[in-house]
Design a protein around this ligand. Structure first.
Ligand SMILES: [Zn+2]
Ligand SMILES: [Zn+2]
Ligand SMILES: [Zn+2]
Length: 290
């Protein structure tokens, strides 16, 4: 792999780091080298994913005690008047009931004055509180394209892996019948690959090392290439993580339906944890599909 990179880039334009599972991490000194390499990877079907540049990453904050019916455009304008450039605003919903909460998740364009936003205590006559989002260390982002943890689909160019059946196709195009159990592409268990009771996910949290994700297939993987081309838009994957921010508000609107759903989940979890998991099943599934 490194030999092939040498064909495209000079030695002093990049550095490499070999990680577990045949993954190579690349860092570039010039944008041009990065672009040439991405072009080369695309032409040669080399699978890779990239990360958003740190300086492009939005500064996320949470605005509390603001009525959910408040127009987000109005919030954007008010914050702009106070010197804060908003990239996106989303009204947080209850994770289960989807009811709107009096809480907004705001992504600011990165700037030197980002931290000053915590000094704001009111928007006109509305008393508010601004806080950093709650960080849940047990919540590692998962790619909706290849199902692996540690990156999002916006920056992924790995083969599609289905969240439901583990097959090599886009999850949206899955033909799995409802009566056939799901198959996890990560651990082989009979649950969807995004199930948080997944053995693989738990191992990741315990080890707290995303690079331990075993590759689902074995072609050479290239990872961690800084992406200067993809616009930093909010993605559905990011939106999903907002649910985590709202977790602490669950008790506010919990009703019988919620309690029933929780009980059902507990039962599901019990069923999943008693299902034996076999890594080699995944290999077979792929071979059969190909
Ligand atoms: Zn991916
Ligand atoms: Zn499928
Ligand atoms: Zn699993």
């Amino acid at each position: 792999m490194i030999k092939r990179i040498r064909d495209v880039a000079e030695d002093e334009q990049y550095c490499t780091k070999s990680l577990a599972n045949n993954v190579i991490k690349l860092n570039f000194t010039t944008t041009e080298t990065y672009r040439n390499l991405i072009k080369y990877f695309k032409e040669n079907n080399i699978f890779y994913h990239t990360y958003q540049l740190k300086e492009e990453r939005a500064y996320r904050i949470v605005v509390k005690y603001l009525h959910h019916s408040t127009d987000t455009e109005e919030i954007r304008q008010k914050l702009l008047d106070l010197g804060h450039n908003v990239r996106s605003i989303v009204n947080a919903q209850h994770r289960i009931t989807k009811e709107p909460l009096n809480l907004f998740i705001v992504d600011l364009e990165p700037a030197d004055n980002n931290k000053d936003i915590y000094n704001i205590t009111a928007l006109q006559n509305k008393i508010i509180q601004i806080e950093p989002p709650r960080v849940n260390k047990n919540n590692i982002i998962q790619c909706a394209r290849c199902q692996q943890y540690g990156h999002t689909k916006t920056y992924c160019n790995k083969p599609f892996v289905c969240v439901k059946c583990g097959g090599p196709h886009n999850s949206k195009e899955c033909n799995k019948r409802k009566d056939i159990p799901a198959k996890c592409a990560l651990c082989g268990g009979s649950h969807p690959a995004n199930y948080k009771g997944c053995e693989h996910y738990h191992n990741l949290i315990k080890g707290n090392n995303i690079y331990r994700t075993p590759p689902i297939r074995t072609p050479p993987l290239v990872t961690n290439i800084h992406d200067r081309t993809t616009p930093p838009h909010s993605t559905p994957q990011q939106r999903r993580s907002y649910a985590e921010v709202t977790k602490s508000h669950e008790h506010q609107v919990e009703d019988t339906a919620t309690t029933l759903k929780k009980t059902f989940r507990r039962i599901q979890r019990a069923v999943y944890t008693t299902t034996p998991t076999k890594q080699h099943d995944i290999e077979h599934a792929y071979n059969a599909d190909q």
